[in-house]
Design a protein around this ligand. Structure first.
Ligand code: ADP
Ligand code: MG
Length: 326
């Protein structure tokens, strides 16, 4: 079969190498504890592989959504996970099961949860700038890998970036390849739309999407991780869209108090309207901000919150400084 015949329309790849098992998932895994999370069409639950005792995350995907057969979308998600197997920052896929109504992806468990939780935390759990530098490098390493393989994620946001461990702060795992596409095969973007706050201007304008589309989202993500604020979020969706298309961003001293100027410069290199002028993942990995020495210990959020917040005290001594790998 020629390569093109394996492609369904719109950049989806539906040929997969993982065996789809039809024996019952529950014969091999025991569901434990609460739900790990959920999205629009999926529920993710923690489970233990009976044979090994290994904790995993099972993502249950409905094959029919709004009366439409979505099996191809799920195969595309599996295919992308397969193609990123060699990168440690993309969540690992162990097995796939299929029932009448669902496909179950058995994934590596990222026990630390969504980075979202620490983005909105205004206490000890909030990221320091050094944390963000270390995590941003890992996100960029994963995304650069995808981009080198002609894959765009198209839904990078704090809910889809997980941590192996929350305390002490672990490493990142990129999840949710439900909207991902092969770059060279995209024909139509109309129905692909991520979360309003994180989408790039070209998506709103139905202009061609590219790897640069993910880079915009990384700019938003970095902004949120450093400041705890969503740069484009408006009262209503229309306001958010207007803020995005006008690149209406607050870079004030007030918002970025306690945050280094190379960090602001890094974000500015990504929140650029013209996708061709936006920094690439490789550009970002070479940016001075990510290659600087550790900054004096700082909790960006503490500086931007009310004066009722406790000043940094003994915490700096009790918490080891994040190593900044070269
Ligand atoms: P959706 O496509 O429905 O958004 P996701 O793949 O994003 O589904 O999963 C929904 C949520 O489940 C995530 O935001 C996260 O909180 C949780 N989750 C997903 N995968 C894992 C995993 N491997 N380990 C731990 N939690 C996960
Ligand atoms: Mg998701």
């Amino acid at each position: 079969m020629p390569d093109s015949a394996k492609m369904s329309k719109n950049g989806m790849l539906t040929t997969i190498h993982t065996r789809i098992r039809s024996d019952p998932f529950t014969a091999n895994y025991e569901l434990v504890g609460r739900e790990l999370g959920r999205g629009k069409f999926a529920v993710v639950k923690k489970c233990i592989e009976k044979a090994t005792g290994k904790p995993c995350a099972a993502k249950f995907l409905r094959k029919r959504r709004k009366g439409e057969d979505c099996r191809m979308d799920i195969l595309n998600e599996i295919s992308v996970l397969e193609s990123a197997k060699a990168n440690p920052y993309v969540v690992a896929l162990h097995e796939v099961y299929e029932t009448n109504n669902e496909i179950i992806l058995v994934l590596e468990c990222a026990a630390g949860g969504e980075i979202f939780n620490q983005c909105v935390a205004d206490n000890d759990d909030a990221f320091t700038e050094n944390d963000v530098i270390r995590l941003a490098k890992q996100i960029l390493n994963g995304v650069a890998f995808l981009h080198r393989n002609n894959v765009v994620h198209l839904d990078l946001k704090p809910q889809n970036i997980l941590l192996t461990c929350a305390r002490p702060l672990g490493d990142i795992r990129i999840v949710d390849f439900g909207l991902s596409r092969r770059m060279d095969k995209i024909t139509e973007v109309r129905e692909i739309l991520g979360t309003p706050e994180y989408v790039a201007p070209e998506i709103l304008n139905y202009e061609p999407i590219s790897t640069a589309t993910d880079m915009w989202s990384i700019g938003v993500l970095t902004y949120v991780m450093l400041t705890g604020e969503s740069p484009f979020l408006g009262e209503v969706k229309q306001e958010t869209f207007l803020n995005i298309s006008q690149v209406n961003v607050d870079y004030s001293q007030d918002t970025f108090e306690g945050i280094s100027s190379p960090a602001v410069d890094f974000i500015k290199s990504l929140l650029v309207k013209n996708p061709r002028k936006r920094a690439t993942a490789e550009d970002c990995l070479n940016h001075p901000w990510l290659n600087s020495l550790p900054h004096p210990h700082s909790h960006p959020h503490l500086h931007t919150r009310s004066s009722l917040d406790e000043p940094e005290t003994s915490q700096s001594e009790s918490e080891p400084e994040s190593p900044v790998p070269s």
